[in-house]
Design a protein around this ligand. Structure first.
Ligand SMILES: Cc1cc2nc3c(=O)[nH]c(=O)nc-3n(C[C@H](O)[C@H](O)[C@H](O)COP(=O)(O)OP(=O)(O)OC[C@H]3O[C@@H](n4cnc5c(N)ncnc54)[C@H](O)[C@@H]3O)c2cc1C
Length: 486
């Protein structure tokens, strides 16, 4: 079957037919012409209370929360460090605060607290984050700019996971699920030590891609509605020079000042607006080069992004392999353009790239509740809120009513059809407009704390996620300093 016909058949018979969205699903294995039957094999097995798959933006907070609640917790992360897209892709961490600037009489509030805020405060103390400086110009809704030192972030993630007593399995791939009807019994991992079975009572999927949910047979769609990206760190390039360049072209957009290389009141975020240099802009557009950057270090731009809409889907190995090849040549072109056009950047070079392309959405997992656009913009709260959030990436077009917050209900994290599995991070929320809020880093972190806490409570009581009493969860979240105000 040709690829186009294959995709079409999924739209007709898959979940997309029910939802009206147009998913495209293509797994390398399903395109195979021939097969090999793997012989059965006895695997070494371990037992934990809670398994968290994926040690990224949401996953580290899920694992810390579960372990702090006394659960014997294993964190499975395919890379050699933790942090995920927060240390690989984005330009800033959005946002611990509500969007207060666009509303009269609206107070600025730190609406995401708990373990994520504890983490960010510790990182700031270490000199690894800007804290919460306010934007001066540019996107006026984008009121706070929290930028991080990616390496100190990774270090602190390990430190806090260890302090909580999490068993950290990095360089380990979550490869399969062991099911018992609608209940997840365990997972299969792959590492240089071989394949292992890991049994547990409760599970959290924080893989971004929804790998565990997919292995567990959960329903999902692949909306394919965002650009993917690789971003690079540009050394020998000063944000002060970038500012002078934009100023001389009357194109200064976003500006934020904060602590940089231990000095206060320095530029930490800079973006171009209506930059009219045809040679640069035409080429930049062709390679998806974004002209917004963030940094916490002198002579180093942390993130220069090249966006790229992956032809096919981001869950197809072969589509992604081609995209990885393409994006590296785009990044080299981007570096060349910046060297050529920005005075002071002549000797700049790519000092870091993400180990793999980062995605804004892979599988969208069907959960017990799907947060809607109306829920977000109307600032809706639910009887099973697990925390609140107040940022929207599409502001000022879409903002939360009166600069307040909306709730992330417990049901939005419970994977439909699987008794003891939570989904967190970019894989929840089908409506793209609502997802433009829920997918942001600090929302993912809050989801992590909520799901990890719930998983620990369920594991202790040996119950499924639907049998957990909300009052018990709420009590523990409050003890974990989670904020709930509307
Ligand atoms: C280019 C880009 C720019 C962005 N800019 C911003 C921004 O400025 N501000 C903002 O707030 N948000 C931004 N976002 C959104 C935000 O960063 C992400 O939505 C969020 O970080 C996703 O978190 P997550 O926990 O769902 O996934 P991730 O952080 O990707 O975590 C998933 C983790 O799981 C691991 N993993 C995956 N599969 C497996 C497996 N099978 N086995 C083991 N481990 C596995 C991965 O290695 C990773 O560590 C941006 C996103 C992108 C892509």
């Amino acid at each position: 079957m040709k690829r186009r016909e294959f995709s079409k058949s999924i739209v007709l018979f898959g979940l997309g037919a029910q939802t009206g969205l147009e998913p495209t699903i293509g797994r390398a294995s399903e395109k195979q012409q021939s097969y090999y039957e793997e012989p059965a094999k006895k695997l070494p097995a371990r037992k934990f209370d809670v398994v968290v798959a994926g040690g990224g933006t949401a996953g580290i907070f899920a694992a810390m929360a579960a372990a702090r609640h006394g659960a014997k917790t294993m964190l499975i992360e395919s890379k050699g460090y933790c942090g995920g897209v927060a240390v690989e892709g984005g330009t800033a961490i959005h946002s611990f605060y509500n969007l207060y600037t666009g509303f009269e009489n609206c107070t600025k509030r730190k609406v995401v607290q708990g373990i994520p805020a504890e983490f960010m405060d510790r990182l700031t103390e270490m000199g690894g984050a800007t804290g919460y400086p306010e934007m001066e110009t540019g996107r006026d809704y984008d009121a706070v700019c929290t930028a991080v030192d990616t390496e100190l972030y990774k270090l602190l993630a390990f430190r806090m996971l260890k302090e909580a007593g999490v068993f950290i399995a990095v360089n380990t791939m979550l490869a399969d699920a062991i099911m018992d009807g609608g209940r997840l019994k365990g997972v299969i991992t792959e590492s240089r030590s071989g394949r292992e079975a890991v049994m547990a009572d409760s599970f959290v999927d924080s893989t971004g891609y929804g790998d565990l949910c997919s292995h567990a047979g959960a329903q999902y769609q692949v909306p394919n509605d965002y650009d993917s990206c690789n971003s690079f760190g540009f050394a020998n390039a000063s944000i002060d020079d970038y500012y002078e360049f934009l100023k001389s072209n009357d194109a200064v957009g976003q500006v934020c000042r904060g602590p940089r290389s231990s000095e206060d009141n320095k530029f930490v975020r800079m973006g171009a607006e209506q930059l009219n240099i045809p040679g640069l802009m035409d080429e930049a557009r062709k390679i998806g080069l974004s002209l917004v950057t963030t940094t916490v270090r002198d002579n180093y731009l942390m993130y220069i992004k090249c966006n790229y809409k992956v032809p096919g889907t981001v869950i197809d190995r072969d589509d992604m392999a081609q995209a990885e090849v393409e994006i590296r040549s785009r990044m080299e072109k981007a570096a060349g353009l910046l060297r050529k056009y920005v005075p002071g950047f002549e000797k700049a070079f790519i000092a870091r790239t993400s180990p793999a392309m980062v995605i804004r959405r892979g599988r969208q997992i069907v959960c017990e509740y799907d947060i809607t656009h109306e829920d977000v913009i109307n600032g809706r709260h639910f009887e099973d809120d697990t925390f609140v959030y107040g940022f929207h990436d599409s502001a000022p077009r879409f903002q939360i009513k009166d600069g307040g917050t909306y709730g992330i209900p417990y049901r939005a994290l419970c994977v439909k059809g699987v008794d003891n599995l939570y989904a967190t991070g970019m894989m929840i929320t089908s409506d793209r407009r609502a997802h433009m809020s829920t997918r942001n880093t600090v929302s993912c972190m809050g989801q992590g704390q909520a799901a990890g806490t719930a998983a620990a409570l369920c594991a202790k009581k040996k119950i499924g996620s639907r049998d957990l009493k909300y009052a018990d969860l709420r009590t523990q979240l409050l003890k974990g300093k989670v904020y709930f105000e509307s």
